[in-house]
Design a protein around this ligand. Structure first.
Ligand SMILES: [Zn+2]
Length: 292
């Protein structure tokens, strides 16, 4: 039997006069739709290798000027991303690639645990205020199996390990922010499933995965509140969790049964309880919790 060889090609293509450059999204709704469709295209790329087709190919049209081609000496293209994305530094989550985007499309900030420190917030404010209004949406993207959130959960479950961090101010500032979320998620699990939940075989992983969702939602919620006071107009903050295993963005969509694509953060702090409940009741988290 001959095993068929399959491969994936993702191509950045520019130059052909007949191929129009993709238009920029005009508002936050169009920007969200483009990110969702881009992620869907990326996630399903492997599935498209049906039958004897040996190569799954995705072409991303780019403007050659965004690669520094076609301008004169010393001329650089104007920065004009349509979205800002705050993601984790994790090497398995390449932001442009998973949203099917190219150069000059996204203003990307990556930091371990995708937390909203002051330099991150400053970068976002800069992008919103100084890029000529090109940014229509800000997306916070957590991801499954996040090492920073896992470290925070392990400290929560074994607090004496916190002492190991005593001399590391930089690491502590990342983990402290996540610990608040982990604590809240653990309380919600206790309320929902009873104190015995800590003995479920999947407790640690479920706590990590539930915290990842709430951590991203909280950052999006905070960005939204911070930017509203800055009179930044129609920019929206959304969030999601990139599932490394399926390559899809996952998040609860309030009032619907939908779990794919970027979602709105809760409207107020009280609504975070509702978000926590939805996440813990989701098929994904409950199957992790009950896994042997
Ligand atoms: Zn991570």
């Amino acid at each position: 039997m001959v095993m068929s060889m399959k491969s994936v090609e993702i191509i950045y293509r520019y130059g052909a006069q007949t191929e129009p450059v993709r238009p920029r999204p005009v508002d936050s709704g169009a920007a969200r739709q483009r990110l969702d469709e881009g992620n869907h295209a990326f996630a399903t790329l492997l599935d498209s290798m049906a039958g004897d087709e040996a190569v799954a190919r995705r072409v991303i049209q780019v403007d050659p000027r965004d690669f520094g081609l076609g301008g004169g000496v010393g001329e650089s293209p104007k920065q004009r991303p349509f979205a800002a994305v705050l993601g984790c530094s994790d090497a398995r989550v390449p932001i442009e690639l998973i949203f099917n985007e190219g150069p000059n499309d996204l203003f990307v900030i990556r930091v371990a645990g995708n937390g909203l420190g002051s330099e991150v917030l400053g970068s976002l404010k800069y992008a919103v205020e100084h890029l000529g209004g090109s940014i229509k949406i800000i997306a916070v993207l957590g991801h499954s199996g996040c090492g920073a959130v896992s470290a925070a959960v392990d400290i929560f479950l074994d607090p004496k390990r916190y002492l190991e961090l005593a001399t590391s101010h930089s690491l502590r500032s990342i983990l402290d922010r996540i610990l608040v979320v982990v604590q809240a998620s653990a309380m919600r699990m206790d309320e929902m499933f009873g104190p015995d939940v800590v003995h479920y075989p999947g407790y640690r992983t479920a706590l990590i995965e539930a915290s990842i969702v709430v951590n991203a939602a909280l950052a999006a919620y905070t960005v939204d509140k911070e930017l509203k006071t800055q009179a930044c107009g129609e920019i929206k903050a959304v969030y999601g969790v990139y599932i490394v295993e399926s390559r899809e963005v996952w998040a609860p969509h309030r009032g619907t049964a939908m779990w794919t694509g970027l979602a709105d953060p809760p409207a107020d702090i009280e609504s975070f309880a509702e978000l926590g409940n939805a996440v813990l009741h989701s098929d994904r988290i409950s199957s992790i919790l009950k896994a042997k």
